[in-house]
Design a protein around this ligand. Structure first.
Ligand code: SAM
Ligand code: SF4
Length: 327
């Protein structure tokens, strides 16, 4: 499907839960965030149905995210269902890595091997300060288990001024010894009210740090839907990417639709939800009606994230938590 700006939309990101066992400060407040009641979340049968319909519209890639997707009890069931949908051969998961170790054998059997693991620091104390939890060793153990089992890992790190800029080079150097792609992400203002005006450490700043250290790094050509500017360092097993998530320089190649845990469709990360597909489904519509609704929603995709932000009706972006949007 193409949208009104002639972009091919074939990638859906679904937040399967708004719950999380970590409390990364850039994402969620330490406490007091109201979780959605279970009945408000899309059931795994509803998510499977949405994927089946999206498959008929040409969607080929899905990412399950959250909150922490492995907190959801029926998550493996959802993955099994999804692996059975022919149209979705590209199944991805974004996880904090604290709960997935025991699922590694089954994930391998299902052929679900593309995992984004969020690690913002290689320093235990800094990791703990950022996530407000003491899970550094467990997450690093998960990282090594995934590498040893041949998973295709992308490591996500949100870079924040005065917090973890010193981690940029050590994290990038993981791509030397391991076949992992490292992604540095600009902080965005979706933190559940922690801070409205961010002190930006921009994609440009991150790039400058990388360039100062890796003088021989080269730019790689982008692929369909890439949000990262990709870089390679000669001899490194993985590549390095910088995602201008706040500067929003990649909107002209956007290929995605987001569905929040309670079924809000976001046609752009920066909009405030354009339609509730859960309520629409629960009203008893047919698959054809669902497909038509998606066609209509895809045409509503704004030109870019700045446009989407202008159209917001709900409170400012910073009041929302990324845990309900999925990143
Ligand atoms: N819990 C999982 C995890 O942390 O990987 C999946 C959900 S999390 C919301 C998805 C991604 O969004 C993570 O890589 C996280 O670092 C990123 N993220 C969360 N809040 C963010 C923010 N305010 N700015 C930029 N990225 C953010
Ligand atoms: Fe949880 Fe992921 Fe948000 Fe951290 S970034 S609080 S792990 S949902």
């Amino acid at each position: 499907m193409t949208d009104s700006f002639d972009r091919t939309i074939d990638y859906v990101r679904i937040a399967v839960t708004d719950r999380c066992n970590l409390r990364c400060f850039y994402c969620m407040p330490a406490e007091g965030i109201p979780y959605e009641p279970k009945a408000h979340l899309l059931s795994y049968e509803e998510i499977t149905r949405l994927l089946q319909v999206l498959g008929t519209l040409g969607f080929r890639k899905v990412r399950f995210t959250g909150g922490e997707p492995f907190l959801r009890k029926d998550f493996m069931q959802l993955l099994e269902n999804t692996a059975g949908i022919d149209d979705f051969k590209s199944i991805h998961i974004t996880s904090n890595g604290t709960l997935l170790q025991r699922h590694i054998p089954r994930l391998k059997e299902l052929g679900i091997t593309k995992i984004n693991l969020s690690i913002d620091s290689l320093d235990k104390a800094r990791f703990q300060k950022i996530t407000r939890r003491d899970d550094f060793e467990k997450v690093m153990q998960t990282f090594h288990m995934l590498v040893d089992n041949g998973f295709k890992i992308k490591l996500n790190a949100v870079i924040m001024k005065g917090i973890n800029t010193q981690d940029i080079i050590p994290l990038a150097e993981l791509a030397k010894d391991y076949p992992v792609d490292v992604r540095f992400i600009e902080e965005m203002p979706f933190n559940g009210g922690y801070k409205e005006n961010l002190e930006m450490y921009s994609a440009r700043d991150i790039y400058a740090d990388l360039k100062a250290h890796f003088s021989d790094m080269e730019k790689l050509p982008g692929k369909h839907g890439d949000t990262a500017s990709l870089l390679s360092v000669p001899g490194y097993k993985g590549n390095i990417g910088v995602i201008a998530a706040f500067s929003r320089t990649f909107c002209n190649t956007c290929n995605r639709l987001r569905i929040s845990s309670k079924g809000e469709i976001k046609s752009c990360l920066y909009d405030d939800g354009v339609f509730n597909i859960r309520d629409f489904m629960r009203s008893g519509v047919t698959d054809l009606e669902l497909a038509d609704k998606f066609r209509e929603l895809i045409q509503l995709k704004p030109k870019d994230g700045f446009e989407a932000e202008k159209l917001r009706k709900a409170p400012k972006a910073a009041m929302q938590s990324m845990s309900s949007i999925g990143g």
